[in-house]
Ligand binder design. Sequence first.
Ligand SMILES: Cc1cc2nc3c(=O)[nH]c(=O)nc-3n(C[C@H](O)[C@H](O)[C@H](O)COP(=O)(O)OP(=O)(O)OC[C@H]3O[C@@H](n4cnc5c(N)ncnc54)[C@H](O)[C@@H]3O)c2cc1C
Length: 265
Amino acid sequence: MDIDRPADLTAALQALEQVPDATLLAGGTDLMVEVNFGHRRPEHIIALRRVEELAELNGTIGSGVTWARLEGGPYKALAQAARTVGSPQIRAAGTIGGNLGTASPAGDGLPFLAALDATIELRSASRARRLPIDEFITGVKRTAIEPGELIHSVILPEEIPERQEFGKVGMRNAMVISTVMACVMRYDDGRTRVALGSVATTPLRARRAEEMISAQATPSEADLTEFQRLVSEEVRPITDHRSTESYRRHASGVLARRLLERCLS
Ligand SMILES: Cc1cc2nc3c(=O)[nH]c(=O)nc-3n(C[C@H](O)[C@H](O)[C@H](O)COP(=O)(O)OP(=O)(O)OC[C@H]3O[C@@H](n4cnc5c(N)ncnc54)[C@H](O)[C@@H]3O)c2cc1C
């Protein structure tokens, strides 16, 4: 196995240009599990750890920013999500770019990005291009990255509501892959966003629930109940070893309602 350790972005992109199907390694907390289980046998690895430009957190979120940094970062719901990822060791190594690269339905960073309609910037030696997150993640562990490209950064919109909450339901409180997770945001003018994970092949926005509750300046108990019902109706979960379809559907509505109540309080 060949390993390149470029020292900067230009060198990383040049290395990728020479071997466009090289495997990118950030924190390794997903990739090395795959390698250890024999599911992947990369022949050529490009390790991004030394590329400082990818670790910038300054208006945009560099793909190499770790969960440990996001825990104390400026985005409340993303910090809440970061605190639930793995253990301190995983959070010290794992990155938002790796979460996007894996594109698991259970990726804890993804509902926050979906709620904000974040944009993903991809770079190759010859070009930069930007994709909305719902075009970037194309299916379970599938993305629109092309050979020769890497995830450079995440670009968030200028307007980000202060009222934002993330929550996760799992079998236990720590070191758990979620059964359901959600991120709810409420803008000052009432616009509300709700994005959920682990309930569809890709992060899911509950658009009908958003539309209904956004129209309520001061949601009543009945509005909250309807919001909960709509979220439960809109998700598209499956039954697997972590949970049943019906429990995920129920938990989605309850979790989204609780997060909305926190945004409103
Ligand atoms: C014990 C344990 C607990 C975990 N708990 C959680 C959890 O609670 N929540 C959660 O969401 N995840 C969890 N994970 C999964 C993992 O930690 C996260 O998905 C993490 O964000 C992956 O980041 P990384 O930097 O380690 O990625 P890596 O393993 O380095 O890479 C992951 C994938 O992304 C690709 N990639 C990495 N960087 C780039 C880039 N810049 N451009 C293009 N592709 C790239 C890699 O080629 C690879 O395919 C856990 C993992 C372990 C081992």
